[in-house]
Design a protein around this ligand. Structure first.
Ligand SMILES: [Zn+2]
Length: 279
């Protein structure tokens, strides 16, 4: 595994441990500096997470699940057994397995806030990839703007999640909710697909200079370091950059609509999603 775990300071009081797993997944641990309190987000595999917790002497208190897929939830049971005071936080629609025994279960309705230490986490409805998917927006307080959003498999670098359960209109609504967030928000997705997505996006021939420049820069760095595309780390995503270069966030942009010869937002999004599915 070439991708190394790394720590990114989100604020004076909070950091995120990014823990690569499987071929191209990212698992996350939010940590309150000073207290070492920790929260897992999408613990798909317990082993590398336990290693990180022990290495840094962290104290797990919460597990947040964006959706049910096994590469996001496969470590839940082991972690709940090991830290039996842990609270599970998920959407109202997620099927909680009977063998999971969280100390407490919170169903977070989209729009609602969950108090995380001195901060707040707001659920965003991003159903489409699955029918239980929410994103978690981290804020200083319920009334503040968000700083970071944990998007699971709803949004990727220059891409979006495949439609395993939902419909194109549902996924478009999910991406509208994410695109409505401020440009300064950082997005943390669950897979490293950015370069592949940009290579496919180029084939749509939108003739988007920012998208071309983003791909060229990443290709240069990839060649320099002799890495495979899934071994590269393109996190955190900048929402400003995604809005400018991710074709899945550009359903109403004239240059993209012209390239695929439609004038309809849903048609544009559906075409781009189906196009990506061919690769
Ligand atoms: Zn998934």
């Amino acid at each position: 595994m070439r991708r190394a775990a790394f720590i990114f300071p989100i604020s004076d009081s909070l950091a995120v441990h990014v823990v690569p797993a499987f071929k191209d997944n990212y698992l996350y641990i939010l940590v309150e500096k000073g207290s070492s309190k920790a929260a897992f987000i999408d613990p798909g595999d317990a082993e590398p997470l336990v290693h990180t917790i022990e290495t840094y002497g962290l104290k797990p208190e919460f597990i947040f699940l964006t959706h049910h897929h096994r590469d996001h939830s496969g470590g839940v049971q082991t972690l709940l057994e090991r830290w039996n005071k842990t609270e599970l936080v998920c959407s109202p629609w997620l099927e909680v397995k009977p063998e999971w025994k969280p100390a407490r279960l919170t169903r977070l309705t989209p729009g609602a806030h969950f108090p995380l230490w001195s901060r707040a986490i707001q659920a965003i409805d991003v159903r489409g990839h699955t029918l239980d998917h929410i994103a978690f927006l981290l804020k200083d307080s319920p009334r503040a703007q968000g700083s970071d959003v944990f998007v699971g498999d709803s949004l990727f670098g220059a891409g979006c999640g495949g439609l395993f359960e939902g419909t194109h209109p549902q996924m478009l609504e999910a991406l509208k909710a994410l695109r409505a967030l401020p440009d300064a928000v950082r997005a943390w997705c669950a897979h490293e697909y950015t370069i592949k997505n940009l290579r496919v996006a180029r084939l749509l021939q939108e003739n988007n200079p920012l998208q071309q420049a983003r791909l060229a820069e990443l290709e240069d760095r990839l060649a320099e370091e002799a890495l495979e595309p899934h071994e590269w780390v393109t996190l955190p995503l900048s929402l400003e950059e995604e809005k400018a270069t991710n074709p899945f966030l550009r359903w109403d942009v004239a240059t993209l609509q012209k390239a695929i010869d439609t004038h309809d937002d849903l048609d544009t999004f559906s075409y781009v999603r189906s196009f990506r599915d061919r690769f």
